[in-house]
Write a protein that binds this ligand. Structure first.
Ligand code: DAH
Length: 340
């Protein structure tokens, strides 16, 4: 019996099985009901009692060795089997789910890109501003009723109040204070107004401001720049018209309409039957504004314009409710997936 146990131990040690079937065969041969080890256990009954202890231990060792060898071979076979399945190197990779660009970003970049082609640089300024840059230097004296046009969020209202900028025209002032002349910039950015939130108004929105200052800049230059912009943005056949308006920082000032790109001037519910869509405010920079930033208004002149990015996006995609831009509803954002 001793030799039998020893020879089986050696056999188990050198046992090699390559498939699940081979392993199962070995298991049955050794540990099955009629297996060799099982048979040895039966034989054990006849072992004289003084040898029982020695043979008992040996037999148990043999059984454990057989069971663990079979277990080890089984997991080795399963592992190589499953790794074959999960590492098919010829399989195409899983597509990474891509997000979409926000419509405000898409339109902002489109506007900036158009003006960049015309030779405009991009300038940016702080969202938390002081009264000087948002109002005073733009020819809104303290207590002037024009300040009521823009409901302001004040952070501190001491002598020189700190506030959230209500328009990106503040960046004009910062540019005029520090950039060498001539200046030709567009200033995209986020602005804040204390408005009740509705489909047509929001307390946060985005604007792009434009500014061109040089010698002999005229109203005709402004009109041409805006016409070219409108044709790039809304289509080559677009027309513009200007209506007289008022802004404290420009004189004369105008409101710009573009011909409705939906009904092509025939009149629809987007243009409310007029054939025209309002897109921006503009005007010749008021000499007081130039002087406030230290620019000689007898030598230099310039024009400025400002437009709402959400407004342009609304016209481009007929989004009727402004709140969509800020609620991050994936059903809305996914509409722009193709505009990447
Ligand atoms: N800052 C104005 C606003 O927020 C928009 C604007 C109008 C800007 C006329 C300009 C301009 O530069 O010339 O309502």
């Amino acid at each position: 019996m001793k030799e039998k146990i020893e020879s089986l131990l050696a056999e188990i040690e050198s046992l090699v099985c390559k498939t699940e079937n081979e392993i199962e065969e070995a298991r049955v041969r050794l540990l099955g009901k009629k297996g060799e080890i099982t048979r040895l256990f039966e034989e054990f009954r006849t072992v004289p009692s003084e040898q029982k202890r020695e043979f008992g231990q040996k037999l148990n060792q043999l059984k454990t060795a057989a069971a663990s060898k079979i277990e080890a071979m089984r997991s080795a076979v399963q592992e190589t089997g499953s790794s074959k399945a999960s590492f098919d190197l010829t399989k195409p990779g899983d597509a990474y789910p891509l997000g979409s660009r926000h419509p405000v970003s898409i339109v902002r970049e489109e506007i900036v890109e158009i003006f960049r082609k015309f030779g405009y640089d991009v300038a940016e300024g702080p969202e938390i501003e002081d009264d000087w840059h948002v109002f005073e230097a733009l020819n809104f004296p303290p207590e002037h009723p024009a300040r009521d046009m823009q409901d302001t969020f004040f952070i501190s209202s001491s002598a020189n109040s700190i506030l959230l900028r209500t328009h990106t025209s503040s960046v004009q002032v910062r540019a005029m204070e520090k950039l060498p002349l001539p200046i030709r910039i567009v200033c995209p950015g986020r602005v804040f107004r204390n408005e009740a939130i509705s489909a047509r108004a929001h307390c946060i929105f985005h604007q792009v401001e434009g500014l061109y200052i040089d010698e002999n800049v005229t109203f005709a230059d402004m009109k041409q720049a805006i016409l070219l912009f409108a044709r790039e943005m809304f289509g080559a056949g677009s027309q513009i018209r200007m209506r007289p308006s008022y802004f404290p920082f420009t004189e004369p000032s105008a409101e710009v309409d573009v011909s409705c790109n939906i009904c092509h001037g025939k009149g629809c519910n987007i243009c409310k039957g007029t054939g025209w869509l309002e897109i921006m405010g503009c005007g010749m920079v008021d000499p007081n504004v130039l002087e406030a930033s230290g620019i000689d208004s007898r030598k230099y002149s310039g024009f400025a314009f400002g437009m709402g990015i959400e407004r342009i996006a609304m016209l481009k995609w007929q989004v009727r409710d402004l709140r969509n831009y800020f609620e991050n509803d994936l059903r809305f954002l996914r509409e722009f997936e193709t505009s990447l």
